[in-house]
Design a protein around this ligand. Structure first.
Ligand code: CA
Length: 488
């Protein structure tokens, strides 16, 4: 929509602009095919976004990311189906679970000939672009423009960042000066400015941050100075309640501490001279949170730049803006600093969305939504129905405040990439319960009652009072595996 149409529309809806009532939801004031600005960070926990109200909310600031929630909606139960970078990205693009799209682990490549949401949006008349972290090995397909980091990419602190731009043979790298999060926003904005303004756009702006090792922009080196980040209760969890398969597994904070004690640690060595293990764990946790939140400061700043651009161009009401992360992240919960597990902090993706024509400002949604649903939802906004080979479902009407009858009440998860640190497992989560099966050696089951034990510090699988729940959850797990075709 051009500026004149925009002004005309503003006049039509009155001085109150696009503030919505229930009634207004019936009258679509938004454009038929809105732009989609999809901003995704890497390893951004919901706990590290102020508007999610975690224990950290009293000390952290994410004003621009929070603006999307204030003017839009916060999803409280958006989950990843396989909590690790590459598989999650493949699921988001294909609308398929890992066992169907083939990208089950970090080592797998996305087949670029496979159908993906960008190709379908292109066919529907959208201009498509992806900028920043890609991490799917093969050359992006379905994008009119791409400029992506090779592999994990570099932060480029006081140095340069390499990217691979469309138009050159795949693999050709070009150097950019500056800090990676700024560069990704710069390139995204440049593409937006130069786009064909007669077509709607679909831009995937993918940050590297706040993925480890957490190299913040030096201008934020004093941010949160003197702040003591609250520790999650489960940092000190006694894991004797767990089954044998998971009890001693995971990447813990003392392991992170030993990595930070290395003189080459990028944000400066952690000095633990004279500390016992408790003191080391506390010190490493504080350094982790300081570095991580300083990386997020740049993410937030650049989200603000993108939102400002939409405002300045009069595009804010015609653009679905999403802020999310490829999965969650442990910030000391369960004494971990990674992802991979089905536990809440790793499973839950942040998801904030603004689209004033359909989504009420300041609203929340508690439906169970997962990353296979993203592609069908984008297509829905573009007027394209979900292709039969996509396994997710559009949640456009959920976002508009109307959960469809029969919406899913459980979700299936599988972590395929077994390592010596995190065992392979699959499971099912409902609103109240979570059942986990570790299918490697040793195998084992865990059940959590999220209503009574939201921090998942008490496995009740063997408690007699939960026998009935265990049976029901096992039946639901079998049903989901059958339904999704993951019966191997
Ligand atoms: Ca990630």
């Amino acid at each position: 929509m051009n500026r004149r149409d925009f002004l005309k529309r503003c006049a039509a809806v009155g001085a109150g602009g696009f503030v919505l009532s229930n009634q207004a939801l019936e009258v679509r004031v938004g454009s038929k095919h809105p732009n989609i600005l999809y901003i995704m960070s890497d390893d951004h926990s919901t706990s590290a976004i102020k508007c999610y109200g975690s224990i950290l909310a009293v000390v952290i600031e994410t004003p621009n990311i929070d603006r999307i929630r204030r003017e839009g909606m916060r999803l409280n139960n958006c989950f990843c189906t396989n909590s690790i970078c590459t598989p999650s990205r493949a699921t988001i693009l294909t609308g398929q679970y890992s066992h169907v799209n083939g990208v089950t682990t970090l080592g797998k490549t996305l087949d670029r000939d496979r159908q993906n949401v960008a190709k379908l949006l292109q066919q529907a008349g959208y201009q498509t672009a992806v900028v920043g972290k890609w991490h799917l090995k093969s050359e992006p397909s379905g994008f009119d423009y791409y400029n992506v980091l090779p592999g994990q990419g570099k932060y480029g602190v006081l140095n340069t960042v390499e990217l691979k731009e469309k138009g050159n043979p795949w693999g050709t790298k070009k150097e950019y000066e500056g800090y990676v999060t700024d560069i990704i926003a710069d390139i995204s904005l440049q593409w937006l400015r130069n786009r064909d303004k007669n077509k709607p756009f679909f831009l995937m702006c993918h940050n590297k941050a706040p993925h480890g090792l957490w190299e913040y922009n030096p201008k934020y080196e004093h941010l949160y100075e003197g702040v003591e980040f609250p520790e999650p209760m489960s940092l000190w969890e006694d894991k004797s309640h767990r089954c044998e398969a998971s009890r001693d597994a995971g990447r813990d904070i003392l392991q992170l501490c030993s990595r930070m004690e290395d003189p080459t640690w990028p944000t400066g060595q952690l000095d633990t001279t004279g500390m016992d293990d408790t003191q080391k764990k506390k010190a490493a946790y504080q350094k982790y949170l300081h570095d991580y939140m300083r990386c997020i400061a740049s993410v937030d700043e650049n989200v603000g730049r993108l939102l400002d651009y939409l405002d300045d161009e009069g595009l804010s009401n015609d653009t679905v803006v999403i802020y999310t992360s490829d999965q969650g992240m442990f910030l000391g919960e369960h004494d971990y600093y990674d992802k991979r597990w089905i536990f809440e902090d790793s499973l839950r993706m942040p998801f904030l969305v603004r689209y004033s024509s359909e989504i009420r400002a300041g609203s929340v949604n508690n439906d169970i939504i997962n990353n296979a649903d993203f592609a069908p939802t984008f297509l829905d906004y573009a007027g394209v129905s979900t292709p039969s080979d996509m396994q997710g479902s559009s949640f456009r009407t959920n976002l508009a405040g109307k959960t469809p009858a029969g919406w899913r009440r459980s979700m299936y998860y599988r972590y395929w990439m077994g390592t010596s640190e995190v065992p392979v497992h699959y499971g099912v989560r409902t609103k109240r319960y979570k059942l986990i099966y570790y299918y490697g050696l040793p195998s084992g089951w865990e059940l959590y009652d999220l209503q009574n034990d939201p921090l998942e510090m008490n496995n009740v699988y063997n408690e007699p009072s939960y026998t009935g729940v265990v049976s029901e959850m096992k039946a639901e797990l079998s049903r989901l595996r059958e339904h999704l075709g993951d019966t191997e």
